[in-house]
Design a protein around this ligand. Structure first.
Ligand code: PMP
Length: 355
């Protein structure tokens, strides 16, 4: 039975990437040893790192005045690294749920935070509009809210914008010039857990005074050492380079990826919108293409549906504990067949349990 993994992260990876990784696991071509066994200072690994960066730059159209760095510590470390490095006097943050709340908490340890808009009043089911003037040194947003299934489809205007793109990076074309800095944990659309991608304007690096920052947490140190100040997560970087290659060569780039993602999400939203049994609580204009939460008429039926789905090979559909119900994460590597199978199951379940 084919298993379709709807996990919000760590999430499904492209099958061809896993197969390639399996082949290379023991003997990386030409090296005779595994990537996991290679010195990060070896020519083979330096080529892998270079390949990953070059492919990403081309794929996401990242101009030369932006640096790409691979870090550790998860996306969560960026909640602290950003204010530690940029040393703002104050920042503006739009509160769209748990991941911005955590960013707010960490920022507050270093600086003054203005929460300039929030969708907390409706359990984060929409993207709030900005109706206040920006006064902070930068505006911080989370572009796709993994738990609630909301996504910015138009970015707020700000002179200096910083974005958590953990759950939608590379799902559509990226206009990095709108941002000073973006970051993403790899475990959804980029590769395995344990790696964090940061893309930032090179000019920011010149402004950083890192004399009081641990070296490993300094963007300046990490960038000037090409992500190799210390031993990087070599295997994870290697898998990322395979994912970038897959996006480029098998999918045909980020425009093509976006079309596929729109198609997948539309299938599920169209079904949800005509159903009188299942329901998606998100404001239609703010719906995410990546994470689609839905509920049935009650918690017992939710549980039963999740169990039936598991029996059918559709796994990890349980919603986040803070919202309950179900959540289907349709990241880049989820094939359209997985969405079709899910909808078939929902139709059958609805037929059996509709009052
Ligand atoms: N931001 C977003 C939008 C996320 O979805 C997550 C994880 N699900 C995080 C940050 C935190 O990531 P990590 O566990 O890598 O710290």
């Amino acid at each position: 039975m084919t298993i379709y993994n709807f996990s919000a992260g760590p999430a499904c990876l492209p099958h061809s990437v896993l197969t390639q990784a399996q082949q290379d696991l023991v003997h990386y071509p030409g090296a005779g040893i595994s990537v996991m066994e290679m010195s990060h200072r070896s020519a083979d690994f330096e080529n892998i790192l270079h390949d990953a960066k070059t492919r990403l730059r081309k794929l996401a159209n990242i101009p030369d005045d932006y640096d790409i760095i691979f870090l550790q510590g998860g996306a969560s470390l960026q909640f602290s690294m950003i204010p530690m490095n940029l040393a703002p006097k104050a920042v503006d943050i739009i509160d769209t749920g748990q991941w911005t709340s955590k960013a707010i908490k960490e920022h507050q340890k270093c600086t003054q935070v203005n929460v300039i808009a929030s969708s907390k009043d409706k359990n984060y089911t929409y993207i709030p509009k900005l109706d206040q003037a920006l006064t902070g040194d930068y505006l911080y947003i989370c572009e796709n809210n993994t738990i609630y299934g909301t996504q910015y489809h138009q970015l707020p205007h700000a002179k200096h914008l910083i974005g958590d793109l953990s759950s939608d990076i590379l799902s559509r074309p990226l206009d990095i010039t709108k941002y000073d800095l973006v970051f993403a944990g790899a475990q959804k659309n980029i590769g395995p857990a344990g790696l964090t991608l940061v893309i930032l304007k090179k000019s920011l690096l010149d402004q950083i005074d890192d004399s009081q920052i641990p070296s490993v947490l300094s963007y300046k140190v990490q960038a000037s050492n090409q992500s190799m100040f210390n031993t990087p997560p070599t295997w994870a970087i290697y898998i990322c380079s395979l994912v970038f290659k897959w996006l480029e060569e098998e999918i045909g780039g980020l425009e093509a990826m976006e079309r596929i993602n729109q198609q997948k999400a539309k299938l599920l939203y169209d079904y949800l919108d005509q159903s009188t049994f299942f329901h998606n609580p998100v404001n239609p204009q703010d719906r995410s293409l990546m994470n689609i939460p839905f509920i049935s008429p009650n918690a017992e039926l939710d549980q039963l549906f999740i169990a039936k789905a598991k029996e059918a090979g559709l796994i990890n559909l349980k919603g986040h504990r803070s919202v309950g119900g179900m959540r289907a994460s349709l990241y880049n590597a989820m094939p359209i067949e997985g969405v079709q199978k899910l909808i078939e199951l929902m139709q059958t379940f609805e037929g059996e349990h509709h009052a």
